[in-house]
Design a protein around this ligand. Structure first.
Ligand SMILES: Nc1ncnc2c1ncn2[C@@H]1O[C@H](COP(=O)(O)OP(=O)(O)OP(=O)(O)O)[C@@H](O)[C@H]1O
Length: 733
């Protein structure tokens, strides 16, 4: 089945009329309860427009109408809240069925009174807590401490943090434990001590502030949760018990949250100081499917308190109500500025299975904020914006309820448009069976059962009341107004004017008319009067219709403005989220790029080092090889020179011999001769000089040889060869 399509009524709708305010002026009520005829309880009312309004008379049908004198207990019993509790406790085994009890109405019409009661009377929430705990008292778990707490935590599908009631209350009461809202909260409606309630003025804002009075010091207007006080039992339901599963042990988990400006805030988690400014703020929570609840959305991340008796649950409820946003308006001194959701999850598991999983269902009691007209409520600033948001969400809720009644009367396709805002999503999304086949690993849950109690003030504002009734009623008839009575009066001949008819229309003066008076004229005039009267009636009708239209249009404009504001808010949120996402992505990419850059730098560095190492190697090798080469060259040179020197010496000896052999008698011995004399000094110098002298000598010899060669026969090559041979021969010799 498509989500949003229905096969049965999603909410039973009841109407509760509030008694007049003490000291309220005696005026004609706009609402009249119809005689039930053959039925026991009335179920229809008629909405009569005030005498000065020309509007249709409307008739609305509900499951039941509670008149002004109906008590809290009447409402509890007749709305069959006990059967909802029975569905939650699931006495026949299984998970049971979730239930929702909500109130809807114009501001000040008694919604909070019905749900949370007042100083002397308990509301449906307290009565339900009482009945639930009385019914399961014999099957309650022995202790909510570990390991029970751990097993409950493991089975919680809403990513919640579970704490035990004693721990929660201790934390709340400790001075440093938490930061709670004081003024501007439902602090005037707790249940412990009978101090005078705080009266809130319209100037009080709904911004959370750092304050936490101890539970015992809180001013109260709710019934006493002190079990010894008679007020704590009023009305008394002690003889009322609902059957529970005898094979199971139970525990109750309390959680509370509010929907304010289309955002969900936990009422049991203290506000924390925002880093940017000194305000104490709560973090909005998400309404989403989770791993353990893939087929159903849940408010994720709540703080839930495990309670084992009614007193603990009431104290937790009271603590959460301290956080609820309220403000004084022109219509109500303590007006709820948010939709409050108080959830009592009844968890059960089979006896003897200490580690098996917990299942169960929950009862949610909802105190909706009231619709209001800015003009009447005299709200401004933030409270006016809140009012716009409240009206917008109630308009969407109205559309859902209207579609329910239109579907059942066959006027509309089988779809409930509940995804338009958080309020309708939370109220309706569990009203439908989960899609067949999907999430086979998760047990299929029954669609929730719902009760909507519409509250109305019979002496209240006609337009606001008619609007609420129009979209909440299960059935509606419209009776077209009769012909305007004044036209009939006008048509009737006036005895005083039997002879002198006044003429309301026409340019002619009164005197001129009278001068033309005749029976024929009288008939004509009567016809004219008739036409005029009909025209007046038609125009008045038109004016009324236009007036209605204007009212509808201005309501629509307010709703559209509120929608615009919420859309703007959503866009700002989205922008912030996108910016944050971009910043995170940018930082991630930057980090990645930096890492990549560092890695490539490292690689490059290593490559460079390697390159340089290789170069140095090559250089070293080059240097080594170069040195060796140079060394070798030098050695070769020295060797060559030595050889040359040896050769020259040999040559020298030969030459000496040659010279001495030419004419030894006529010549001085070589040592005595000037050109062969050896200078004194180191042997090397002496050698060098000798070599150079020898060189010169050789040169001369060559020249002389050359001159000889030029004169004698044969080539110089031949001569040199001959000479060399001769030297070789001499060497040999
Ligand atoms: N049935 C009733 N019997 C007695 N007193 C009632 C009843 N209904 C409402 N009241 C009183 O009327 C006053 C306003 O009622 P309440 O705060 O319940 O209105 P509301 O619809 O919750 O308003 P809002 O939407 O502004 O929060 C309270 O003082 C409450 O005690």
């Amino acid at each position: 089945m498509e989500p949003g399509s229905i096969t049965q009524k999603l909410f039973e709708v009841y109407l509760r009329l509030r008694p007049p305010y003490p000291g309220a002026p005696q005026t004609e009520p706009i609402l009249h309860v119809e005689d039930p005829h053959d039925k026991v309880h009335p179920s229809h009312i008629t909405l009569n427009p005030p005498a000065d309004r020309r509007r249709a008379i409307e008739r609305f049908g509900f499951t039941q109408v509670f008149e002004e004198d109906a008590s809290q207990l009447d409402v509890f019993h007749c709305t069959d809240t006990s059967s909802l509790i029975e569905g939650v406790l699931a006495p026949q085994g299984g998970d049971g069925t979730d239930a929702v009890v909500a109130t809807l109405g114009v501001t000040g019409s008694g919604k909070t009174h019905t749900i949370l009661g007042s100083r002397n009377q308990r509301g449906l929430a307290q009565l339900a807590i009482d009945v639930i705990f009385r019914s399961i008292i014999d099957n309650m778990v022995e202790s909510a401490q570990s390991p029970t707490l751990d097993s409950l935590q493991a089975c919680d599908a809403s990513e919640a943090t579970l704490v035990t009631a004693p721990y929660f209350l201790d934390t709340m009461n400790s001075d440093q434990g938490a930061t709670y809202r004081g003024s501007g909260s439902r602090s005037s409606t707790p249940m412990l001590v009978r101090n005078k309630p705080t009266t809130l003025s319209s100037s009080q804002t709904t911004t959370p502030s750092k304050m936490r009075p101890k539970a015992q010091q809180m001013p109260g207007s709710f019934p006493d949760s002190d079990v010894t006080s008679p007020k704590s039992h009023s009305p008394d339901v002690s003889d009322f018990i609902v059957p529970c599963d005898p094979a199971a042990e139970y525990v109750v988990i309390v959680s509370m949250y509010e929907v304010h400006n289309d955002r969900i805030y936990d009422l049991l988690t203290p506000a924390s100081k925002s880093p940017n400014n000194k305000d104490y703020r709560r973090r909005p929570l998400l309404y989403k499917p989770t791993e353990l609840s893939p087929d159903r959305k849940v408010v994720a991340g709540l703080r839930k308190v495990v309670c084992t008796d009614a007193r603990e649950a009431l104290l937790v409820l009271e603590a959460g109500l301290q956080e609820r946003r309220v403000a004084g308006t022109g219509s109500n001194n303590v007006s709820s500025r948010s939709h409050g959701f108080f959830c009592f999850e009844v968890k059960k598991r089979s006896f003897g299975w200490k580690n098996n999983s917990w299942s169960g269902s929950k009862l949610t009691v909802v105190d909706l904020a009231g619709s209001e007209r800015a003009r009447d409520a005299k709200t401004q600033g933030a409270t006016l914006v809140e009012a716009g948001k409240i009206n917008e969400s109630l308009m969407y809720l109205g559309q859902c309820l209207q579609s329910q009644s239109e579907i059942s009367s066959g006027k509309q396709p089988n779809i409930v448009p509940y995804r338009q805002c958080k309020l309708t999503e939370i109220l309706f999304s569990n009203s439908f069976p989960s899609a067949a086949g999907s999430y086979s690993h998760v047990p299929r849950r029954n669609p929730q059962r719902g009760i909507m109690i519409v509250t109305a003030d019979p002496l209240g504002d006609f337009n606001a009341t008619s609007q609420i009734l129009r979209y909440s009623a299960l059935a509606r008839d419209v009776t077209v107004p009769r012909a305007p009575s004044f036209s009939v009066n006008m048509l009737a001949p006036s005895p005083t004017h039997s002879t002198q008819h006044t003429r309301p229309f026409g340019n002619a003066g009164f005197g001129s008319m009278r001068s033309h008076f005749s029976p024929v004229n009288a008939t004509e005039e009567r016809v004219t009067m008739e036409i005029a009267a009909l025209e007046i009636a038609r125009m008045s009708e038109e004016i009324e219709q236009l007036r209605d239209e204007i009212e509808v249009q201005s309501e629509a404009r307010i709703a559209a403005e509120a929608h615009l504001l919420s859309t703007e808010d959503r866009m700002i949120d989205m922008e912030a989220a996108v910016r944050e996402e971009c910043a995170i992505e940018f930082e991630q990419r930057l980090a990645m790029e930096l890492a990549r850059f560092k890695a490539s730098m490292q690689i490059e560095k290593e490559r460079h080092e390697e390159h340089w190492d290789r170069k140095v190697d090559i250089l070293e090798r080059g240097l080594e090889s170069g040195f060796e080469e140079g060394f070798d060259k030098e050695n070769v040179l020295v060797e060559n020179l030595t050889q040359e020197l040896e050769r020259l010496r040999r040559e020298n000896t030969i030459l000496k011999r040659e010279l001495s052999s030419r004419s030894p008698s006529k010549r001085k011995p070589l040592e005595e001769r000037e050109d062969f004399s050896m200078p004194a000094g180191p042997s090397s110098k002496h050698d060098n000089l000798a070599v150079s002298t020898l060189g010169r000598k050789l040169e001369r010899i060559k020249i002389s040889d050359g001159s000889r060669a030029g004169v004698g026969p044969g080539s110089p090559k031949k001569i040199r060869r001959l000479v060399a041979r001769r030297w070789e021969d001499s060497d040999d010799a």
